[in-house]
Design a protein around this ligand. Structure first.
Ligand code: ADP
Length: 551
């Protein structure tokens, strides 16, 4: 039933397979008949020329029908009419000239039936041909019922069976191919669907994604990228005369086209979170954070890259606004505080001051000084250029161990309050190229953190040593340590770990950031190693000598 409906569908969709195979089978038979009849006419005296011609005409009429009838629009079984009619036409030929061996021509309609109409076709063809052959043997000159009587039907049955088996195998192969084609079509459809989903997801996110092929061409870009790109182009247009619209993270240094992040990513560079500005200063502009990563195949070969860009204009603007606020508030606080401290000092100079008033004023002075220190820290921690002045470094070759010993001495009372011992036995005499005032700030901060966050009764070890080019300062404590996920953020401004944020231990989260700025402005660096629950080690590297200037 399914096969029938498929064929009908084929007819509707213009499949002409059946018409073609009918025509081919019939034309082949007609050609053979034509040749055979001509040969008989030339070489023999046929018994009945009229019947012979009738047979030929019949074959040609059937051929005409095979060519003219639109077989694909008829039910498939109707095509069987043609080979059956051929059997009858061949019967006419055989009757006309029994000795000419026309019986062999039955092999054509019999194989046709067997190959086109499966088992029923094989049975109908073989049985009908064999029966007709035997029934009409009476007119055969050879009346003996010997092996010849079976040879023709047997040959026809054998050839038909072979045709039937061949057609079955061909059908099986065709159905296998169909199945594979359907499977392939489904797989292609699935891949297409997955691609659509990926595209939808990429288009739904609000960051730009670009896939760069191995040769540097852009293979895939999502909608967000197109939007960001449009903003960039809008920025470019707004600038009009100037050819460049991309600026470095400071927002004022224009980038040459080859230095633009996308251009660098296209030539194979990888970078993380690079900040660039699209649009000139003073105009509506966008800040993009751009990351470029390389992609590798299973064998490690470079197969291109991915560039992700995120609009961080709001974040960057907010951070700048915060810095501005912090800087201006701190500046505003400093003036009155300095005045308060001055007046307290004046009052303390008064010798008639009672002991208790002097003590209370002492407390007020200490707290005011602390407040001033905090304001100075906040100023130094802000990225405001006005604060940068605070970090000016005035370096010369100085005794680093002297600075460290003085800092240990002044930290000792606070450590003693908490029964924390400070071991300075690792401090070796070391000359370094430093600003002693600034480095004292660093050591004070590291020591005060070690004491502040350390356990009561714990210990802190301080060391100073040097190699050919560098002096090393090490401050180690056995305090709570810092968790691995917080370590990378430790030197960020205003960062305080979760563990201390909700405790009474005071702090602004600025000390380490400022310490690192100071050490870096000396040409050194500061690092930390820590294991949660076991303690932390801060290591500062400082230069031993003034940097050599190029002539
Ligand atoms: P503050 O001490 O004012 O909070 P810092 O910048 O000096 O600011 O330190 C930042 C954070 O790093 C601290 O809040 C604390 O969580 C952590 N930290 C610093 N030093 C140590 C230390 N020695 N042991 C454990 N945690 C520390």
């Amino acid at each position: 039933m399914a096969a029938v409906s498929t064929r009908w569908r084929n007819a509707a969709t213009g499949d002409r397979t059946r018409e073609r195979s009918n025509a081919l089978n019939q034309l082949l038979l007609a050609a053979v008949v034509l040749v055979a009849v001509l040969l008989v006419l030339v070489t023999e005296q046929p018994a009945d020329v009229g019947e012979l011609l009738a047979g030929v005409v019949a074959v040609f009429l059937i051929t005409g029908a095979a060519l003219a009838v639109p077989w694909n629009q008829l039910p498939p079984a109707w095509s069987a009419v043609l080979p059956i009619a051929d059997i009858v036409a061949i019967l006419l030929l055989r009757e006309a000239s029994p000795a000419s061996g026309f019986a062999l021509l039955w092999v054509f309609p019999a194989t046709w039936l067997a190959s086109s109409f499966a088992l029923p076709g094989l049975i109908v063809g073989s049985v009908s041909v064999s029966l007709i052959y035997w029934m009409t043997r009476g007119s055969d000159p050879d009346q003996s019922f010997g092996s010849v009587a079976f040879l023709v039907p047997l040959t026809i049955v054998a050839v038909s069976t072979a045709a039937y088996l061949l057609s079955r195998r061909a059908a099986a192969q065709r159905s296998l191919l169909d199945k594979q084609a359907r499977l392939l079509a489904r797989t292609v459809e699935r891949v297409q669907r997955q691609e659509d989903v990926v595209t939808e997801v990429l288009d739904a996110v609000d960051f730009g994604v670009i896939r760069i092929a191995a040769d540097g061409t852009l293979a895939v870009t999502n909608e967000a990228h197109a939007r960001l790109q449009q903003a960039a182009v809008a920025g470019r247009d707004a600038r009009g005369a100037s050819p460049r619209a991309v600026y470095a993270s400071d927002g004022i240094t224009p980038l040459e086209p080859p230095d633009e992040p996308l251009a660098r990513a296209r030539v194979g560079e990888a970078f993380e979170g690079e900040l660039v500005w699209y649009g000139a200063p003073g105009e509506r502009r966008r800040a993009l954070s751009i990351t470029s990563r390389r992609l590798h195949d299973g064998l490690g070969a470079d197969v291109g890259g991915i560039v992700v860009s995120r609009d961080v204009t709001a974040e960057v603007t907010a951070m700048r606004a915060r810095d501005d606020l912090v800087a201006s508030v701190s500046h505003e606080l400093r003036t009155p505080l300095t005045s308060i401290l001055g007046y307290i000092e004046l009052v303390l100079d008064d010798e008639d001051l009672s002991a208790s008033a002097r003590r209370q004023l002492g407390i007020a002075e200490r707290n005011a000084t602390r407040l001033l220190d905090i304001v100075a820290d906040i100023l130094a921690g802000s990225s405001d250029p006005r604060a940068a002045v605070e970090l000016s470094v005035n370096a010369s070759e100085e005794s680093l161990d002297g600075v460290v010993r003085a800092a240990v001495e002044s930290a000792a009372p606070r450590a003693a309050e908490r029964r924390i011992t400070i071991d300075a036995s690792g401090v070796e005499p070391t000359i370094a190229y430093i600003d002693p005032h600034r480095i004292r700030q660093v050591v004070d901060n590291l020591l005060s953190n070690a004491v502040k966050y350390g356990h009561d009764g714990g210990s802190v070890a301080v060391g100073v040593t040097s190699d050919v080019d560098h002096a090393w300062l090490v401050v180690r404590d056995d305090g709570p340590g810092i968790s691995p996920d917080e370590l990378p953020r430790l030197f960020e401004r205003f960062f305080r770990s979760d563990a201390v944020r909700n405790t009474s231990t005071h702090g602004s989260g600025l000390g380490l950031g400022i310490s690192r700025d100071i050490v870096r402005s000396h040409g050194g660096d500061i690092t930390v190693q820590s294991t949660l629950g076991e303690g932390s080690t801060f290591i500062a590297r400082l230069p031993r000598r003034a940097p050599r200037r190029e002539a």
